[in-house]
Design a protein around this ligand. Structure first.
Ligand SMILES: Cc1cc2nc3c(=O)[nH]c(=O)nc-3n(C[C@H](O)[C@H](O)[C@H](O)COP(=O)(O)O)c2cc1C
Length: 100
C-alpha cells in the first residue's frame, strides 16, 4: 500500500528503467550465521567523514543477521557477474555454496 499519486509507480518504473546504476553484494556474519544479498539501493552519502549508504529491507534475512553482526562487507559487482546477482537476489536465507 502506498500514498503515492496515481500513476506515480509507472512513472518511476519508466524513469528507473532508463538508468544504469551499479549493483552490489552485501555479506555479513554473526556466529555461525552467514548472509548476503544483492543490493541496488546504495550510494556514497558523505566524503568527510567517508560514508556509504546501503539500504537493506527489514524483510531480508541479511538485515536480520546484519543487526547482530560486527562485520558488514559491500562487494562491487562487475557487469559480467549477472549469474551471481540473480542467485543472490532470488532466494531468502540459505544461499550455502555461494562464495563471494
Ligand atoms: C535489481 C535488484 C535490486 C535489489 N536491491 C535491493 C536493495 O537495495 N536492498 C535490499 O534489501 N534488497 C534488494 N533486493 C532484493 C534482495 O536482493 C533479495 O530479496 C534477496 O533474495 C534477499 O536475500 P536474503 O533474504 O537472504 O537477505 C534487490 C533485488 C533486485 C533484483
Amino acid at each position: 500500500m502506498t500514498d503515492a499519486a496515481p500513476g506515480a509507480s509507472a512513472d518511476l518504473d519508466r524513469f528507473v528503467d532508463g538508468l544504469d546504476y551499479p549493483m552490489f553484494i552485501v555479506t555479513t556474519a554473526h556466529g555461525t550465521r552467514r548472509a548476503g544479498c544483492l543490493v541496488g539501493f546504495a550510494t556514497q552519502a558523505s566524503i568527510d567523514p567517508p560514508r556509504l549508504l546501503v539500504c537493506l529491507s527489514v524483510n531480508n534475512h541479511t538485515h536480520h543477521v546484519a543487526q547482530r553482526a560486527s562485520t558488514f562487507a559491500v562487494h562491487a559487482l562487475a557487469s559480467d557477474q549477472q549469474d551471481l546477482a540473480a542467485l543472490l537476489s532470488s532466494a531468502t536465507g540459505n544461499k550455502s555454496g555461494v562464495v563471494v
